[in-house]
Design a protein around this ligand. Structure first.
Ligand code: ADP
Ligand code: MG
Length: 608
């Protein structure tokens, strides 16, 4: 049993990713494993490879049908005999799978947790013999995770019912609390516990101030032609609007949200996965189970619910290790919308958690601390900053000193007993004699009209900035209103200054400085222009092959593989096998077409 040899011949990779070898070794020795590796860390390989080495059968529990289909397709492309059993199979297809497994023709079997819960089915598994249980997306078992699935609870008995069979749990959700919960609930027996490095150096993180977010998203997408990406929006309505806006400009964008029919959702996902649609605009309903490795960017048009959710969502970019980008458009008006939901939560614990999540998220956008440092801190991982892979570290964040304006506004808040909201405070500093202002005699305050040079809307924005930065806080109860926090008082008394993220000028909406992206970082295969041209030729070929084989393009070869091919230009099988991601099965299946394309490209250039 030589895992490295299998890695090279079957998968076409030179070396293991961090921790893969440790995990494989533990599994092959029959130990239980808990592994938290970031999205794109290469968890599937940790059970796909043992399936080839450990007869008779490796069972993978997976939460979503789409995820199983994807994984099975991907594994088969590598020549790993894989199948799934779930509710999407008709009786005939299921019978075929049973037959193949009992004959020993299928070595990797994906199951839903519901299926595994059936006692009769467990009996069948015992007859077949299982050499490894892998629980993918294992955080689904924990209520502390962000994707709790009650049916995962039935997995807690496999440890006892299949003594001697190792159980390996995989997740990309790495808070300690979730880790403990998974180990506990699956009853893992003295597991080899592995926590990967959660840093994703290939992803560039940025936050931009939003004003006309639809236009900002449009301009972002137009700046990334031909690059696959996901736009996340908070509501179904904004998903639909954003998708139509992109379509108007000839961008192949598909909407995805829970209000669409199953068919519409499946078709949107298929189009995206097959590179027939460049963009999917989605609510958070979209994402888990999308293993598409060439997603190049993730845009958030609204503030995410938590840093953890944000990290999972952005993690869907750059799985192939090539350069990727995560851009979050933030406007303080989002806070009010999230608060509206929080205030309606019935369970106090839930409400507190949501409120804490919101504060951490606000710190992420507002604090001016390296984004990577903040994200990793959330996973108990230290990072010393200066990452050169976020807008803070590259000096791309523009802040404006708003100390004097903040003082005017907070002084109005103090003088009115900290009992009023943003609109009323804005009316006072703007000098608007509304009924409410005169009724309370606020037109006689010294702060009345001190901010006439700006619009009411601008002042409401400042209030939101102050709230986002934690200088003003909303007080609940009968005397509700915005009151000053400790740090608010420090700014009011001139002991500290207040700066806020600059709003983009309307003319430069969404303009980006691409040349600063990921400067000095060595992720990604850089190509010369002629190599880029060959890369595009190979990518078109991949799309043609994918269409005729009805598989997603990235399961044929990843972007990274194509980029390496474009650079080293192999013209025979031996050279092709040296390319990252080309194993024996793929070389045989696709080698001739790709070699042909490369030879044609080279001879066209020689003669042309
Ligand atoms: P995860 O499930 O951890 O999010 P995947 O298993 O989907 O990640 O793997 C992400 C990508 O990394 C896939 O395209 C996979 O082929 C690739 N990959 C896995 N292991 C290796 C390796 N040792 N070398 C190079 N690429 C790898
Ligand atoms: Mg995975």
């Amino acid at each position: 049993m030589d895992p490295l040899k299998t890695l090279r011949t079957t998968f076409g990779f030179d070396s293991f990713r961090p921790h893969q070898e440790e995990i494989l070794e533990a599994v092959l020795r029959g130990r239980d494993v808990f592994a938290a590796l970031p999205t794109g860390g290469g968890k599937s390989l940790c059970y796909q490879l043992p399936a080839l080495l450990l007869p008779p059968l490796t069972v993978v529990v997976s939460p979503l049908i789409a995820l199983m289909q994807d994984q099975v397709r991907g594994a088969r492309e590598y020549g790993v005999p894989a199948a799934f059993i779930n509710s999407s199979l008709n009786a005939e297809a299921a019978r075929r799978v049973y037959r193949d497994v009992s004959r020993g023709d299928t070595k990797l079997l994906y199951l839903s947790p519901e299926r595994l819960a059936l006692e009769g089915f467990r009996e069948t598994l015992r007859e077949w013999g299982v050499s490894l249980f892998a629980v993918d997306e294992a955080h689904c078992i924990s209520e502390w995770g962000h994707e709790f699935r009650p049916d995962y609870r039935s997995l807690s008995t496999i440890r006892e019912e299949f003594p001697g069979v190792p159980v390996a749990a995989f997740t990309a959700t790495a808070t300690r609390r979730v880790q403990d919960d998974i180990i506990d609930l699956l009853k893992l027996d003295d597991p080899v516990a592995i926590r990967g490095d959660f840093d994703r150096p290939e992803i560039f993180y940025r936050v931009q101030r939003k004003n006309h977010v639809g236009e900002q998203i449009l301009s972002f997408v137009r700046d990334h032609p031909d690059e696959s990406g996901i736009v996340y929006r908070a509501t179904r309505k904004s998903v639909e609007e954003t998708a139509s806006r992109l379509q108007e400009f000839g961008i192949t964008a598909v909407p995805y949200h829970a209000g669409l029919s199953d068919d519409a959702r499946r078709s949107a996902q298929d189009l995206f996965v097959r590179d027939e649609a460049q963009v999917v605009v989605a609510t958070i309903a979209f994402g888990m189970g999308i293993d598409k490795s060439n997603v190049r960017w993730i845009v958030h048009g609204d503030l995410p619910r938590s840093v953890e959710a944000y990290y999972q969502e952005t993690g869907r970019a750059g799985r192939d290790g090539e350069r990727a980008e995560a851009c979050l458009f933030f406007g303080p008006q989002d806070i009010a919308k999230i608060r509206y939901h929080i205030e309606r939560m019935q369970v106090p614990d839930e409400r507190d958690r949501a409120e804490r999540n919101l504060r951490t998220m606000l710190r992420y956008v507002e604090s001016g601390v390296c984004r990577r440092t903040q994200l990793l801190a959330h996973f108990d991982q230290e990072h010393r900053g200066e990452c050169d892979g976020c807008d803070v570290c590259t000096g791309d964040v523009h802040r404006k000193d708003l100390t004097v304006s903040a003082q005017k506004l907070m002084s109005a808040a103090i003088r009115t007993g900290e009992r009023f909201g943003a609109h009323h405070l804005a009316d006072i500093v703007c000098g608007n004699t509304t009924d409410r202002v005169t009724q309370f005699g606020h037109d006689r305050l010294p702060t009345f009209g001190v901010g006439r040079e700006q619009t009411r809307q601008w002042w409401i924005g400042v209030t939101q900035d102050l709230e986002a930065a934690g200088l003003l806080a909303r007080r609940e109860g009968p005397r509700s209103g915005l009151s000053l926090t400790e740090s608010g008082r420090r700014v009011l008394h001139g002991r500290e200054r207040f700066t806020a993220m600059a709003r983009p000028e309307p003319a430069s909406t969404g303009e980006r400085k691409r040349e600063t992206d990921g400067r000095n970082r060595d992720t990604g295969v850089a190509l010369r222009p002629d190599q880029e041209e060959l890369f595009r030729v190979l990518r078109d070929l991949r799309l043609d092959l994918a269409r005729s084989r009805q598989v997603p393009p990235y399961v044929i070869f990843s972007d990274k593989t194509l980029r390496v091919m474009a650079r080293i230009r192999p013209t025979d099988t031996k050279a092709l096998l040296r390319v990252h991601g080309v194993g024996e099965v793929k070389a045989e299946r696709y080698g001739p077409s790709f070699l042909e394309a490369i030879r044609t490209f080279l001879s066209d250039r020689a003669t042309g």
